[in-house]
Design a protein around this ligand. Sequence first.
Ligand code: ADP
Length: 485
Amino acid sequence: MRRRLTDASLMRTAAYIDGSWVGDGESGTLIVDDPATGEVLAELPAISRRQTAAAIEAAHKAFSGWRALSGTERAAILRRWFDLVNEHAADLATLIVLEEGKPFAEAVGEVRYAASFLEWYAEEAKRVRGDVMAAPERTRRIVVLKEPVGVVAAITPWNFPAAMITRKAGPALAAGCTMVLKPAEQTPLTALALAELAERAGIPAGVFNVVVGDPREIGPELTGSPLVRKVTFTGSTEVGRLLLAQSAATVKNASMELGGNAPFLVFDDAELDAAVEGLVATKYRNTGQACISANRAYVQDGVYEEFARRLAERVGRLVVGDGFDEGVQQGPLIDTDAMTKVETHVADAVQKGATVLLGGTRHPRGGNYYSPTVLGDVTARMTITREETFGPVIPLVRFTDESEAVRMANDTEFGLAAYLYARDAERIWRVSAALEAGMVGVNTGLISNEVAPFGGVKQSGLGREGSVYGIEEFLELKYLAWENA
Ligand code: ADP
């Protein structure tokens, strides 16, 4: 392993069920490797469907005790978890770099972002409130209570191995729910380290469980068990659809953070250098492997040439390398499938007439490294504008008028993030309103934080995470029709 942890006990190689570390997997083993070197980092037990059912049972058993605590009591425990995550930020970041590959500085940023959800929802745990309404009858009161949904199954992706967990566990536990988490098979080590810290923070046995292994073994139990009342998922639209279909049999509540195909619009009146920086920030974070990464840039005629020139120059200065090396800004892709997808998208674009302004090939470092790439003269016929590339490639599409840009931006089944750079306030309002997206970055490429509601429209998802709205996803309304005795 390229770097050791300061606190070696954060390297957990067992699942965490009902407060115990389970080292025996009934479905064999799960191998975790390092995307930068291909080296095996750990062998974990692959949890069976039966063991998943036991984890659900544990979460079900723990639910009555956890929900009975006051919001203030749960807040104190979540706050300790937040403190521990921050205290161990360097070790958590090390695990993220090892199993996911992003540059260390970005990994530390992710840990801080992950921790922010624990702090925010520790605070929100104290603020759950219902309502009292004037009834149509004189003799009645209408009382609306908010109650935790119940046992939550969480399924998370590899690209943000810490933050996608706390963005779900923070509000779920704050609301009084218990959870069984299945992290991505590529990045279970960060999840297990978070479980270790949850245990140290005093989260009771059964409240937060982590099962690791094959999604096809674990998934059907999470979606099929009648004890699970909610599924919260971040990942591809394809898997999201499957989980929704599987959850229909037991009518589960569901929150879905699915794929994106974010457009990035640059108008003639934009501040060009700021637009270049914004595009680089949204695209090259995590090597383009984020669902809110700009996937296609639309640039207006008047500034197209100059924008393309400045962008290629700026992207050409990005430092590619091992996430642990000083100053590195772009790491490897997660695996060879990711590489194949990027190569296929670029080849399709070039074959249909795109010009390579920068990169366009694998990086000389070899392995899973791809060169930062900018393509010009891209059109809507190319796959790269229709599917999420999830890699370090920016396709530039030229447009003439605003309505054409908006039409192209909305011409997708996805609706997660969108970005626009312009200075005219009327235009900003008009375009922001017309974009079919859950989130719009106006003159910024960085939109995520714990205070803002994260989520998509169309086939990018259901529900919102983070913000004051995020906890509502884990609360049910109960209405008391209260007749005077
Ligand atoms: P990505 O393209 O980011 O890998 P996926 O949607 O494939 O996105 O994966 C996101 C999460 O969904 C991971 O935890 C993965 O294990 C899980 N997953 C994939 N397929 C299934 C499935 N059939 N049932 C349940 N979970 C699944």
